[in-house]
Design a protein around this ligand. Sequence first.
Ligand SMILES: [Zn+2]
Length: 311
Amino acid sequence: MSSILSAAHFHNEEAAYQFVESRIWANGRICPHCGEINRSGALGGKSTRIGVYKCYGCRKPFTVKVGTIFESSHVKLHLWLQAIFLISSSKKGISSNQLHRTLGVTLKTAWFMSHRIREAMRSGNFAPFGADGGIVEADETFIGRDKTIKPKGEKKGRGYQHKNKVLSLVDRATGKAKSFVVDHVNAETIVPILKANIAREARVMTDEAGQYHYLHQHFAEHGFTRHSKGEYVSKTDKTIHTNTIEGFFSVFKRGMKGIYQHCSHNHLNRYMAEFDFRYNNRKALGIDDAERADILLKGVVGKRLTYETAY
Ligand SMILES: [Zn+2]
């Protein structure tokens, strides 16, 4: 068995284009200008760039990069594919610095590439969690310092006021996670997110925190454990716990501490998308490294990100 990284699309630009085209145009070559399907031809001639087609409808040229995170990037497509593979196959993520050294691109380029790849990891259309009465765990975690919050005027006493706050949900039946960066950890902030993302018929599991006290009004069942009393699994019902989401948070926290020490509040939602993506396409769900990179690649369409929006 040869190394995955020896595949041609990681080294040869023409093979890289073919690889991306076979994924993005799996249902036919689409003109990104006018939407014509399979009415275009490869532009020939020695001076032509790789992967350029001309649309027979609107007469405009295009490549598979148009309308994707690769558009207007000068980085070779085979290097993009290396970056995608590295980010999607490393359990805790990979820093821009590491990417810069491994790919031989500048640090700024590596940073920009990794943020674009995180955009491709973002999944917008999940069905509500806990459909058909399934179990959904909900919990928050606190990470780093939210520098957008000014210390003055903040109430003292609670240790997480100035930290970034993340709310995550895990659907125990599908094994999928979904995370949200939130400004406050109170019922006014949390409950609307839960209602929008969890099915009415779900059984929702949390700890005893106050923001969850009235969840039984919104869902079929609300089970909770008393972490303050050392109870992590309910004694009366063993299905009542938040251990699945604790496992998700532990991977996220180790990754954020080890790799992404300098993540700012404004970028945290992208990192959450990254950790959600890897978790939702993990080995335990039967998805190997190559398949995970393939799934990511299908997400590059329609996720253009400019320097302006990235900063
Ligand atoms: Zn066209």
